[in-house]
Design a protein around this ligand. Structure first.
Ligand SMILES: O=c1ccn([C@@H]2O[C@H](COP(=O)(O)O)[C@@H](O)[C@H]2O)c(=O)[nH]1
Ligand SMILES: O=P(O)(O)OP(=O)(O)O
Ligand SMILES: [Mg+2]
Length: 209
């Protein structure tokens, strides 16, 4: 069974509390989402492999450590996942970026795919799928299913807020994929929004409502 990890670092919790507030405007919301993504990326990459490398400091030679050259990719679920990309890249700048476009049908809440563009060698990469919100789980489950169909073997998912319903659905569909979340909220409302949540993340990032 994959692990579900709540990233309860105080800085992450503080910033999540900030973006929940309804009076936070798009600019500040975007900045904070990006900062949260950086912090979550920092925590989620603790287990990346290192290799020894010989270097020379101004004082002497030494055996240092560097990332073992594993290829990484960040794949946001459009639109809301775009808000996490810059923050992720601030930690792992060499990562390639793919995009999966999904929107939720407002009646059925089922994800509808409208775009997919991935790095050509995505099947060789360690992929981070990012979406700030895990509600019913439909979008993340569909995105990970699509990536598996495209040949991706190593994947982790990162969401800032999650509902218990979404975590359960994701664990059931993809028990082999680790899930990192910033906070586990209480439940979903009748419209599939996370409660207490923060509203529609895409609209808040792009100022569309
Ligand atoms: O409170 C919410 C709930 C959902 N979203 C958006 O929907 C998808 C995730 O919904 P699923 O039901 O898990 O498919 C996510 O991409 C968000 O864009 C939201 O913004 N706020
Ligand atoms: O999941 P949705 O429908 O909220 O999509 P978007 O991220 O474009 O707001
Ligand atoms: Mg939306």
């Amino acid at each position: 069974m994959a692990k579900v990890q709540i990233m309860d670092h105080p800085l992450i919790q503080h910033k999540i509390n900030f973006i929940r507030r309804e009076d936070v405007g798009s600019k500040d919301f975007r900045t904070a989402v990006s900062e949260i993504a950086s912090l979550m990326c920092y925590e989620a990459t603790r287990d990346l492999e290192l290799q020894d490398v010989q270097i020379k400091t101004p004082i002497c030679e030494m055996t240092g450590k560097e990332l073992a050259g594993k290829k990484l990719a960040v794949i946001p679920i459009l639109r809301a996942g775009l808000g996490m990309v810059d923050g992720m890249l601030s930690m792992i700048p060499a990562a390639k970026v793919g995009h999966i476009g999904l929107y939720r049908d407002p009646e059925t809440l089922e994800p509808v795919e409208y775009y997919c563009k991935l790095p050509v060698d995505c099947e060789e990469r360690e992929v981070f799928v990012v979406d700030p919100m895990l509600a019913t789980g439909g979008s993340l489950v569909a995105a990970v299913t699509l990536l598996k169909q495209k040949g991706v073997k190593r994947m982790r998912a990162m969401c800032i807020l999650a509902a218990p319903e979404g975590v359960k659905a994701f664990e059931k569909a993809h028990p082999d994929v680790d899930l990192y979340i910033g906070a586990l909220d209480d439940h979903l409302n009748d419209h599939g929004y996370i409660v207490p949540g923060l509203g529609d993340a895409g609209d808040r990032i792009f100022g569309t409502k």
